[in-house]
Design a binder for this molecule. Structure first.
Ligand SMILES: [Zn+2]
Length: 337
């Protein structure tokens, strides 16, 4: 091969060289001990003596040219390779391939908030069984068999005498039987009734409050609920009592709070009344105290039961109770902080 042929072939080869390792192979091919240019240089001995110096000079010139080309090409390829790796190995920190943080369920948020407020007022937090006897759920609370009040609650029966509790009030008698007054407790938990529509679910959440001591009045109940409502729905929230009936309290009241949406002026949420019905409450019926072995001439008390799902619906503007139980992440993640 002539010097000119080697030169042409070399320039083609180096231009097509795409990686640093290909370039190194090429360098060996031309400039190595058994490389093309070395072979050409060895053929110098076959030339006439007078031609040897100029031939040797041309080969050396080409060698220098090639070395310079290798150097430049190597720089270029290294920098291209660096750019490619920066592109390909880039970590996109905006991609959410890492585990997403969970969020507390809105009912859990409400439960924790209410419990914190009650603890601050000196209440103890207790829990009771969800599978309950007819006695604790009804009879001890002054609701004997065939009492019309049982129709108010569509009950899931397990057997004739065992049922899924319809109210957290079932905890009252269990507690009063084993502990003497003064009592100051709340009991949050699941309750069950055979009912289902946009504002009723077969399972929902209540929190029961019970105070038994000497000289307890409706004013104590109202003060407690005002404190609770003002922290749950805003400082200007007002509370009103309307007379009602529950077998386990006497007198009994329905408790309304001023609408947190319109501040009491009237809107679609409160159906124009300015008030929202929140819970049932009353003074513990002396019959219930006596059923649990507490002297009703010495002690009295109040009780209330709050629907925590209802509180969450009002507080967060949730239109349908069933959303709480569908586990749709699009709904749940709205409550992530
Ligand atoms: Zn309103």
């Amino acid at each position: 091969m002539t010097i000119a042929e080697i030169k042409t072939e070399f320039y083609n080869a180096i231009t097509n060289c795409k990686t640093v390792s290909e370039l190194q192979d090429l360098k060996v091919k031309y400039l190595g001990k058994t490389g093309e240019l070395t072979a050409v240089l060895k053929s110098i001995k076959d030339l006439p003596a007078e031609e040897r110096p100029s031939f040797g000079a041309k080969v050396n010139e080409l060698r220098k040219e090639m070395e310079s080309c290798f150097g430049q090409r190597a720089e270029l390829l290294k920098s291209e390779e660096m750019q490619r790796r920066l592109r390909e190995e880039k970590v996109d920190i905006s991609l959410t391939s890492y585990p997403r943080r969970g969020a507390l369920h809105p009912v859990t948020l409400v439960e924790r908030e209410i419990c914190d407020l009650m603890i601050a007022m000196g209440f103890e937090v207790l829990s009771g069984p969800e599978i309950e006897t007819d006695y604790y759920n009804f009879q001890a609370l002054n609701i004997p068999e065939d009492h019309p009040a049982r129709d108010m609650q569509d009950t899931f029966y397990v057997t004739d005498s065992i049922l899924l509790r319809t109210q957290t009030s079932a905890m009252q008698a269990r507690l009063m039987e084993r502990k003497n007054p003064p009592l100051k407790v709340v009991c949050p938990g699941k309750v069950y009734r055979s009912d289902s529509d946009a504002s009723h679910s077969p399972v929902f959440h209540q929190i029961e409050g019970l105070v038994v001591d000497k000289n307890i009045t409706l004013c104590d109940l109202k003060g407690t609920l005002e404190y609770l409502a003002s922290h749950l729905f805003g400082a200007n929230t007002k509370v009103r009592f309307r007379p009602s009936f529950f077998p386990f309290t006497e007198p009994s009241v329905e408790v309304d709070v001023t609408c947190s949406n319109c501040g009491g002026k009237g809107c679609s949420l409160c159906k124009g009344t300015g008030w929202i019905e929140l819970l049932g409450a009353g003074m513990v019926n002396p019959v219930v105290l006596e059923n649990c072995g507490i002297d009703s001439t010495k002690y009295n008390g109040y009780a209330f039961g709050i629907g925590m799902d209802r509180v969450a619906m009002i507080k967060y503007g949730i239109p349908d109770i069933r959303l709480f139980f569908e586990n749709d992440q699009r709904f749940l993640k709205q409550f992530s902080k």
